[in-house]
Design a protein around this ligand. Structure first.
Ligand code: ASP
Length: 343
């Protein structure tokens, strides 16, 4: 039977308050389907993969969700897949799914900002919308999507930008691809996509990629510590267009010389990383071997870097691929002979 498969993973959409008043993921997919506000126009099948707040998911858990999406799409009678997921790290799992997505059928992530046990929960409406998008022929070839509060986004570049509002997500550099209302889907834009990585990109368990935020007065302590802890990649969130200071820049040079791939992002909400400033600014960080990540922000830059390290291992190749997939240029400062040592 042609149908949409709903993969449930937990999150607020599945959460209820416990005796302490703490919201905890507890509903399975059957309960989610029972609360749908409207009769769906397409048959659905539910599958439970896990039941966790997404702030608890490990990269290995995220890879497990992506593998379940692939297993589901092996069945030709599946029209599309919906994944219900916590909003906190939806941008990570959805982007990881996009990185290996090689199927024309859509995969649509959704969730809720208000828990299942509050009267005005937004989960059932979001779920009905996501099913409509997953079943819509116009969503084919658009890759992995996030549908939330009536908007449809590409996974890449979309992030949680509000802690509590029903419109939890935005894509600050591109805007949404379209919208969905009362089961009617309208899509007016196509996302930028890249050739899919292979499934080896999901072998994330042993790959340490840390995220380090630069702030006024920061020194090299954290970068040196993550290096000592075995990081093979680091995402550095600079200020502005991707700036730090001389001490941090010197640490970046030490790490890249040792074969650690340093990806340069920013703490700013929108706009690309750019090599403009000296004295440890972006121009110096790139000269020290950091790879700029364009408009990808730390959450997704970290997923991309980890997936590339899992697939290619060689830090030079990883740096080149990272630059290619973020639309940036990279000086390939890493010594190619480090490849063997790191593989
Ligand atoms: N606020 C989150 C949610 O929507 C919690 C989580 O990420 O699971 O589900």
């Amino acid at each position: 039977m042609r149908r949409v498969v709903i993969i449930s993973t937990g999150g607020t959409i599945a959460s209820r308050r416990d005796e302490r008043g703490a919201s905890v993921a507890s509903d399975g997919v059957t309960a989610l389907l029972e609360r749908l506000p409207v009769a769906l126009e397409v048959p659905v099948e539910g599958r439970d993969v896990c039941c966790l707040g997404s702030y608890l998911l490990t990269p290995g858990d995220m890879a497990g969700i992506v593998r379940e999406i692939h297993r589901t799409l092996a069945d030709d009678s599946v029209l599309g897949v919906v994944v219900t997921h916590g909003t906190d790290t939806m941008e990570e799992t959805a982007y990881l799914a996009e990185l290996v997505h090689s199927d024309p059928r859509p995969v649509v992530f959704t969730g809720a900002q208000r828990a299942a046990d509050v009267p005005d929960t937004d989960g059932p409406r979001n779920l009905a919308d996501a099913v409509a998008v997953a079943a819509d022929p116009a969503a084919r070839d658009l890759g992995v999507l996030i549908t939330f509060d009536g908007a449809v986004f590409a996974a890449r570049g979309t992030r949680k930008t509000h802690t509590g509002a029903p419109a939890a997500f935005s894509a600050p550099d591109t805007g949404p691809l379209g919208g969905v209302r009362d089961g009617v889907v309208s899509l007016g834009a196509r996302p930028v996509r890249f050739p899919p990585l292979d499934m080896a990109a999901l072998d994330l368990d042993d790959i340490r990629v840390d995220a380090v935020t630069y702030y006024p007065g920061a020194d090299a302590t954290v970068l040196d510590a993550v290096h000592a802890a075995g990081a093979r990649g680091v995402v550095l969130a600079g200020t502005g267009a991707g700036n730090a200071n001389r001490q941090v820049c010197a640490a970046v040079e030490r790490l890249t010389a040792a074969g650690v791939v340093v990806a340069l992002s920013t703490r700013v909400a929108a706009g690309p990383v750019a090599a403009i400033y000296g004295n440890g600014g972006g121009l110096d960080l790139l000269a020290a071997g950091a790879v700029p990540t364009g408009v990808l922000r730390p959450s997704q830059a970290r997923i991309l870097l980890a997936a590339l390290l899992a697939q290619y291992r060689d830090p030079v190749r990883v740096g080149e691929e990272l630059a290619r997939r973020t639309g940036t240029s990279y000086g390939a400062r890493l010594d190619p002979c480090l490849a063997e040592r790191n593989s």
